[in-house]
Design a protein around this ligand. Sequence first.
Ligand code: 5GP
Length: 209
Amino acid sequence: MNKNGMLIVISGFSGVGKGTAVKKLVEKYGYSLSVSATTRAPRVGEVDGVDYHFKTVEEFQNLIDYNGFIEWAQYVENYYGTPKKFVEDELAKGNNVILEIEVQGAMHIKEQYPDAVLIFITAPDADTLKERLEGRGTEDAKVIAKRLKRAYEEIDDMVQYDYLVVNDDLDVCVDDIHSVICAESFRSTRNNDYMRNMKTELETIRKDY
Ligand code: 5GP
């Protein structure tokens, strides 16, 4: 039915495992994933152009100046932005596009694309979130403290999202997100073209009968 591509925004607390969930979602269900630009240094194993487009602050500023982002935000000490061209091209092709971005960016997307589906991935409880952040072993204590503070602030933004999905078991979380996206695609207001066509066709059939 629904032929239009949907913009799907996925946010979640730092350390909640949303990167892994999104990767699995893309592998298993074939969604288009937007690769963001960032001024953050690559973590071990991260590949330029795959995990992020790694940029200097000057390069990032240039992209802002040339209107290259549909949104950008500062998160902790770095800049992150969603390149405009990829998203617009994929939506025009009718593909569902996933943006894995933080809360400020998600709110900008909601303003510009009111039809976007906003999903927030959360942890079963606060202790689990802290353990996952510590267990990742990629950030020092100061950065972990900042990310926990940010998580505390983000609690008040969760209500702005359409859906909350708990990442307790990764496979369940991935399938839950996919179910949400499927259900959204069946929403009557996303299928106006189908309803219009059905009406036209029935009108013809009815007359000829
Ligand atoms: P990390 O440094 O852990 O990869 O990402 C930090 C935060 O930045 C995460 O919450 C991630 O979702 C967010 N982020 C990644 N790309 C973008 C983007 O293009 N725009 C915005 N607003 N946030 C992003």
